[in-house]
Write a protein that binds this ligand. Sequence first.
Ligand code: PLP
Length: 439
Amino acid sequence: MITNFEKSDKMIARAQELIPGGGHTYSKGLDQSPKLGPKLIERGKGCYVWDVDGNKYLDWAMGLTAVNLGHAYKPVLDAVRAELLKGSNFQCPSPIESELAEYFISQVPGAEMVKFAKNGSTVTTAALKLARAYTGRKYIAYCSDHGFFSYDDWYIGKKPNNAGVPQEVADLSLTFRYNDIKSVEELFAKYPGQIAGVILEPMEFDYPQDNFLHQLRDLCKKNGTVFILDEMITGFRLGYPGAHAALGVQADLTTWGKGVANGFSCCMLAGRKDIMNLGGINHDKERVFLISTTHGAETHSLAAAMATIKAVKENNLVERNIKMGEALRKGLEDGIKAAGLSEYLTVKGHPCWLLMQFRDAKKEFSDGFKTLVMQEAVKHGLLFRGTFVFSLAHGGKELQKTIRIFRKIFKTYKAAIKAGGYEGFLVGEPVKPVFRKFN
Ligand SMILES: Cc1ncc(COP(=O)(O)O)c(C=O)c1O
């Protein structure tokens, strides 16, 4: 039973004095973790991680979905080491930039050109900039049902914690709902000829219904709007090369990141040449100052990307994980049913990225109950944050262990439901939404 977080608690308190937020994405914040849980992870190997107190966890979070082969996956590390020995940044582009571009384009239908960056926010923002330049329009529209696209103003401007974003900038972003084509039609009717680009994930935890993606693509085409699919999480995870391929739809531009470099910092903006090349220096149109960053093509990260994509392909990772995910879903659902919790706990989504949803005694969604499950998972050595993120390192043994542990967690959940709430069972506060106005 894991109960000691002494060093973790001390170190995170210090980190918060030194670093706003205590880390480098709000998704890793202290307010996203149960009180009885690890706050700092020291190392990982395969699908296991160790916190600073030496506790070992079976990892179902996998670096916010950025690690799809396993922590410290040897073929990726070997490629990185080999590249590192050559130096990492030069005055001219390095050959590996074109090598990776060539390979990426060969794997991704619809990618005629590609640009690399370090962060997902950089590439999604760049996609919208291109859309604006290509169309000469100012509005963009994003799907409000999807979790996150960027920390940049166009996205955060519409969130409760939008301090620092001028209202005029926020007003240029419009939102629509997933699987609600009417909500998109209404935008096009209200802003005729004014929407530059539409961005969404191909799917998050809901599958497209009634050909939603195809209808959206057609609407964009009809209205001269750039259709952008964000494959940050879904790319090289829900399908090969991405969810859009599995769902049979092609976008004008796509953005990639968490599935492409096994945790190293490499993201991609890819798509139609006539749009992408506006960022080039070999045309006579007005120039777009696209992505221009000193560190964007850091060579060892590109080597990591090349080795990762090859490993995903060679290991048939998507097919493998679909089977694993289906088995996990069945094991969890059987456990939920056996515990008589079907009205309170549900598992949904693509088998490669399953979401568990938590309801309270009144059958309303509950962060308190979610946190209780996270806390109980930690006790039994699982790092679980609401979704199940597979890697190549997760095997049958881990699957069985997880199902076994969740059966124990379900007993506690049942007791909390019977007691009328999580309060008597959870130590500390429930996790909080990342998007909130005040701490
Ligand atoms: C779908 C999606 N798009 C974009 C981003 C932004 O990526 P980054 O955190 O690398 O800036 C994220 C990150 O959570 C994401 O999940």
